[in-house]
Design a protein around this ligand. Structure first.
Ligand code: HEC
Length: 96
């Protein structure tokens, strides 16, 4: 085996390793963002959604009903699309 071939082989192996590491890092980051969204979603929900009526329990409605309900409550609660998505992330994580 000549040394050039050996070097390119080990380069390929090295590159393979670093790609896997990067993918793993990305996945971890995604998870953290999701947990953050659920947490700030709960804060938003507690602060914005119990002003006009009792705070409904996430389990009061199914995971299918919540998106439509939060859509119709968005103008009432005066929340941005991002805040709406966070509230939904929280509700979906707790809904039945
Ligand atoms: C400005 C007052 C106000 C705010 C703020 C508000 N709501 Fe409501 N909500 C209402 C009123 C009025 C109703 C009943 C009439 C209706 O369905 O529009 C209602 C009804 C509901 C219902 C019952 C719907 C059904 O079909 O049985 C749910 C669930 C709900 N709101 C969730 C939320 C959530 C989640 C938020 C926060 C994003 C929120 N509300 C913020 C006024 C408000």
């Amino acid at each position: 085996m000549n040394s050039k071939l050996l070097i390119s082989l080990s380069l390929i192996i090295l590159m393979g390793c670093s790609t896997t590491k990067q993918v793993a890092k990305k996945e971890i980051k995604k998870e953290v963002v999701t947990i953050d969204a659920v947490k700030s979603g709960k804060d938003l929900y507690d602060n914005r959604c119990g002003k006009c009526h009792k705070l409904f329990a996430p389990t009061d409605y199914s995971i299918k009903r919540w998106p439509g309900i939060v859509d119709s409550m968005q103008p009432k609660a005066n929340i941005t699309d991002e805040q709406k998505a966070q509230i939904l992330a929280y509700l979906s994580s707790e809904a039945k």
